[in-house]
Design a protein around this ligand. Sequence first.
Ligand SMILES: CC(C)=CCC/C(C)=C/CC/C(C)=C/CC/C(C)=C/COC[C@H](O)COP(=O)(O)O
Ligand SMILES: CC(C)=CCC/C(C)=C/CC/C(C)=C/CC/C(C)=C/COP(=O)(O)OP(=O)(O)O
Ligand SMILES: [Mg+2]
Length: 284
Amino acid sequence: MNSYIEIIRPGNVVMAVIAVVLVAIVADSYTIPVLLGMLSVFFAISGGNVINDVFDYKIDSINRPDRPIPSGRISLENARKYAYLLFILSVLVSFITSYLVQSIYPTVVVLFAVIILYFYASNLKSTVLLGNFIVGFLTGLCFIFAGVIIGFDLGDMDLIGISSFLGFFALLMTFAREITKDIEDIEGDTAEGVKTFPIVYGAKTASYLAAFFAIVDCILCPLLYFTHIFNILYLIVIAVAVIIFLYGAVLLLQKQDSKTCHKVSKLLKIGMLIAFVSFVLGSI
Ligand SMILES: CC(C)=CCC/C(C)=C/CC/C(C)=C/CC/C(C)=C/COC[C@H](O)COP(=O)(O)O
Ligand SMILES: CC(C)=CCC/C(C)=C/CC/C(C)=C/CC/C(C)=C/COP(=O)(O)OP(=O)(O)O
Ligand SMILES: [Mg+2]
């Protein structure tokens, strides 16, 4: 895979763009502003992933030496310029979106996300829990961003509430996954003097916290059915995702070694993808 594609982490980019599509499906609204919203998210998370690797290149030389920057396939300076270009494109696209929906808020959201993505990578990621929360919040913000665009486009502010509800579930599960990833990265983060929750409070305590948020997310997710946002198909399919989430939580509570954490991190992402499917089927 081309290094400039690899560094944006296309899998995560696709997932973030799908989050926008999911809200469009819930709203049954497929317009140019939605397409532009997808493009803004594409550029923003891509820039966030690249700038993250720029600031992480020392840690990644321990934890992830095969990534484009530590492996030397992309120079640090070129990666930095690439990230800035992606951020600028995200904001420029948001200007067009704001013009089309006659609201400044799409641009406000993108500017906020881009600024937070930069400062997450440069300063905030090595804060105990705040960095994890930021990643979860920005992930949930994808849904809210779509709700803002479609809500102002259709004049239906209820959509902002519904998309925020979806974003809440994304936040919780992503937060749990971020803590899991920090447990996996204890070795490299310790070597670089990065303060994360697992390093400060221990892997076992961190596993309790990650499992807690994943389990709470699973307990609350039927609300998306009982509040009539999704139909019974959602409930059937999300049950599969819940089983995977809970299995990951049990594995994490049993063992907190790097290999187990990596497996749990992948399981949570698979569960997220199944949750996407449940949102689509639940909207039919
Ligand atoms: C119970 C329930 C209804 C859960 C909902 C879960 C859900 C729908 C989550 C959505 C997640 C989402 C939109 C993800 C976007 C892409 C993504 C994975 C963002 C966070 O990535 C940061 C992460 O640290 C990247 O690391 P890695 O994946 O290892 O490259
Ligand atoms: C709403 C708009 C316009 C954009 C949102 C953009 C999104 C979805 C951001 C959420 C995901 C995110 C914060 C991605 C970039 C930062 C990132 C890769 C965090 C994880 O990095 P580390 O904590 O260093 O972990 P690894 O690098 O080891 O994966
Ligand atoms: Mg990183």
